[in-house]
Design a protein around this ligand. Structure first.
Ligand code: OSB
Ligand code: MG
Length: 367
């Protein structure tokens, strides 16, 4: 039985600033939910950023959504599946829904002694790691940063791009590291359909994919773009549900999907998108939102499903934080191990987590 849910706010610095076409992140404002009951704690980490720059969601907005609309849906016996169904009455707010669904799912799986990987149908014990490289001040800086990640053993490089930092940086990375390097780019919706010919210049670099070149709402324009650009289009921001995924694939807006559970309302919806793509032979990979160990553990379970055939943005703890809130995830031969314990399979170091926590509020679950 669920007795209470704690909402914890915390703060953690990033090891280096992460610049994208939408802004610069130097720290993560964190929101965790803890579902308590029967001596078990289920954990969820909210992926929303401090400001609504990647998407319309932001962490204080998620907290408001949770307090006012989502937490009141939970009773002592609510399952993750039931929560997700009743939460459909509220439009949007995927990241807020996802953190609560995940904490409920972790709680119930821990009670059953079943790992999230087993629950989802994971088939791998470890997953290949890629790394997302922020926009750098100069191309020389970029080459140095990429070299460092390759030295660490990362198996795939994703370059963040924006107008003015695209063709030349990609050319330089290809030239420096060779044709064998698994390389892709992410624009975070910084371009317009009128940039189609410009983006087609990226075709010469044999990229795995171009991620979210156009705005979130312009799904159909991505289909137009895909007729001009030969490099596969992958959608991130636009894919908010399995229904959007199906429509995007049907019209040819993308041929690859970046699955982020937080962006689609949780792991249950993420699994549906995986299953759809798997059935259609469409490659998927697991994105990231600069998660700490709690969110990362759950993403690894997802990334171990059979349809995740491209390396994800599931990087090691050290790529983000000087000290993670869980036992750090470390790269071995370019891979991260999928946790095997019940639920998400790992626990935070509570003393350390408390030291970076600004506030914990307890919501009693009335029975
Ligand atoms: O677009 O994939 C993205 C980080 C924050 C918000 C959006 C994105 C990203 C990343 C980094 O690319 C992924 C990660 O390493 O967690
Ligand atoms: Mg992206």
């Amino acid at each position: 039985m669920i007795r209470e849910i704690r909402l914890r706010r915390a703060h953690i610095e990033l090891v280096s600033p992460f610049r994208t076409s939408f802004g610069v992140e130097t720290a993560r404002e964190l929101l965790y939910l803890e579902v308590h009951g029967d001596g078990i704690t289920g954990w969820g980490e909210c992926v929303a950023m401090s400001e609504p720059m990647y998407s319309s969601e932001f962490v204080d907005g998620c907290e408001a959504m949770l307090r006012r609309f989502l937490l009141p849906l939970v009773t002592p016996t609510t399952t993750a599946e039931q929560f997700t169904e009743v939460a459909r009455q509220f439009r949007g707010h995927y990241m807020a829904k996802a953190v609560l669904e995940t904490a409920l799912l972790d709680h119930q799986l821990r009670a059953q002694g079943v790992s999230l990987g087993t629950f989802l149908g994971a088939t791998k014990a470890r997953v290949p790691s890629g790394v997302s490289v922020g926009i750098q001040p100069t191309i020389d800086d970029l080459l140095r940063v990429v070299q460092g990640y390759l030295d660490d053993g990362y198996l795939r490089i994703k370059l963040k791009i924006e107008p003015g930092f695209d063709v030349e940086p990609v050319r330089a990375v290809r030239r420096a590291f060779g044709d064998e390097l698994l390389l892709q780019v992410d624009a975070n919706s910084a371009y317009a359909i009128s940039d189609a010919e410009h983006l087609a210049q990226l075709d010469q670099f044999n990229l795995l994919l171009i991620e979210q070149p156009l705005p979130e709402e312009q799904v159909a324009s991505h289909a137009d773009l895909a007729r001009v650009v030969r490099t596969p289009i992958c959608l991130d921001e636009s894919i908010l549900s399995v229904e959007v995924a199906r429509e995007a694939l049907d019209i040819g807006a993308c041929s690859i999907i970046n699955i982020k559970p937080g962006r689609v309302g949780g792991y249950l919806e993420a699994k549906k998108i995986h299953d759809l793509c798997y059935e259609r032979g469409v490659a998927v990979w697991c994105g990231g939102m600069l998660e700490t160990g709690i969110g990362r553990a759950a993403n690894l379970a997802l990334a171990a499903m059979p349809g995740f055939t491209l390396p994800g943005d599931t990087s090691a703890s050290a790529r983000y934080f000087h000290r993670d809130v869980t036992t750090p995830f470390v790269l071995r031969d370019g891979h991260l191990d999928v946790p095997t314990g019940p639920g998400i399979g790992c626990d935070p170091d509570l003393a350390y987590l408390d030291s970076i926590t600004s506030r914990v509020d307890t919501v009693l679950i009335a029975g």
